[in-house]
Design a protein around this ligand. Structure first.
Ligand SMILES: C[S@@+](CC[C@H](N)C(=O)[O-])C[C@H]1O[C@@H](n2cnc3c(N)ncnc32)[C@H](O)[C@@H]1O
Length: 298
């Protein structure tokens, strides 16, 4: 079955729900349940049953009563709802970081993007959505079991395996990738510095590399590896924090709990082959490299 999930509502009647849609049912306590609509099926909660056909008849945005009279809000899942609830092999890239990655890599319909590893496929689904029907996403994943999980999740989200997606099972450094072909590459793995030569070969000049790492030691090592390679603009590092707020009457304040850390993004762009960055005008901070460090060429 194919659905129009990624390209959304333009050719649906307002509120129309169809078999194959992934929907969230939210109970009065705000707890979400995610189901895929199927003709004739019944969803059972401890607060009564809901027939999928009744949900489809009611449509998106309706409040539907379960068999024991509990009201559930019916909404199609957004990709961010889906990725946070889907089965995981490896840890996923959170929506806040995926959104930032899509923005900083400048992805749009027709872009060619490469990622490693695919893990659970959360970022893959964001990338496939961003590059649209004319783009291409190549994912490389060295663990076959994780590649299967990524395939299941991506297929569940799109309702079919997108023809714009290529999944290579193997190590990134061994993958046969077209030279200077990709507009962007995202590395999300433990040791991205092992992949600098490979990614340097397959990004086009001006292509954007984003490396997602969980720790500062990884961030330092990948930053220095890229500087040592020399074929990249000065790397920039950032992190995004989303703080949710309690919003009720006059009680308006940050929530007491938050997802305080996911990862850091290192962002850099590929120079043309043979191009050399002008010498840095700002000197490294005193002690940044330790007492024994000699700059390259000294
Ligand atoms: C944290 S997960 C990626 C999660 C993914 N970005 C997501 O949003 O679901 C890291 C993945 O990188 C894979 N990996 C690590 N090194 C790799 C390499 N050199 N080549 C290919 N895959 C690699 C691991 O097997 C793992 O599945």
């Amino acid at each position: 079955m194919t659905t129009d999930r990624p390209y959304e509502t333009s050719h649906r009647a307002p509120g129309e729900l169809r078999p194959g849609d992934i929907v969230q049912l939210t109970d009065p306590k705000g707890r979400p349940h995610t189901i895929t609509l199927t003709e004739g099926k019944v969803f059972h909660t401890h607060k009564g049953a809901l027939a999928h056909n009744d949900l489809m008849s009611a449509g998106e945005g309706a409040v539907v009563m379960s068999s024991n009279g509990t009201g559930y809000v019916v909404l199609r899942s957004r990709l961010e709802d889906f990725t946070l609830g889907m089965p995981r092999g490896a840890a996923v890239i959170y929506p806040k970081d995926a959104a930032r990655i899509v923005a900083t890599t400048n992805l749009a319909n027709g872009a060619r993007v490469l990622e490693a590893g695919a893990g659970s496929g959360a970022l893959t689904a964001h990338l496939l959505t961003a590059v649209g029907p004319d783009g291409r996403v190549t994912s490389v994943e060295r663990r076959a079991d994780f590649a299967d999980i990524a395939t299941d999740n991506v297929t569940a989200w799109f309702g079919h395996r997108p023809p714009t997606w290529e999944l290579i099972v193997g190590d990134f450094v061994d993958a046969a990738l077209e030279p200077q072909f990709y507009d962007a590459c995202i590395l999300d793995m433990l040791a991205p510095w092992e992949c600098v030569e490979t990614v340097s070969a397959c990004l086009r000049p001006g292509g954007v590399l984003v490396v997602y790492v969980a720790t500062t030691t990884q961030l330092s090592r990948i930053g220095e590896s890229l500087r040592e390679h020399g074929g990249w603009t000065e790397p920039r590092a950032e992190e995004s924090m989303v703080r949710t707020w309690h919003l009720e009457g006059l009680s308006v304040r940050p929530d007491h709990r938050m997802v305080a850390h996911t990862g850091f993004l290192l962002i850099t762009r590929r120079l043309a082959p043979g191009a050399v960055l002008p010498p840095r005008r700002t000197r490294p901070a005193k002690g940044a490299y330790g007492e024994d460090y000699l700059p390259p060429g000294k």
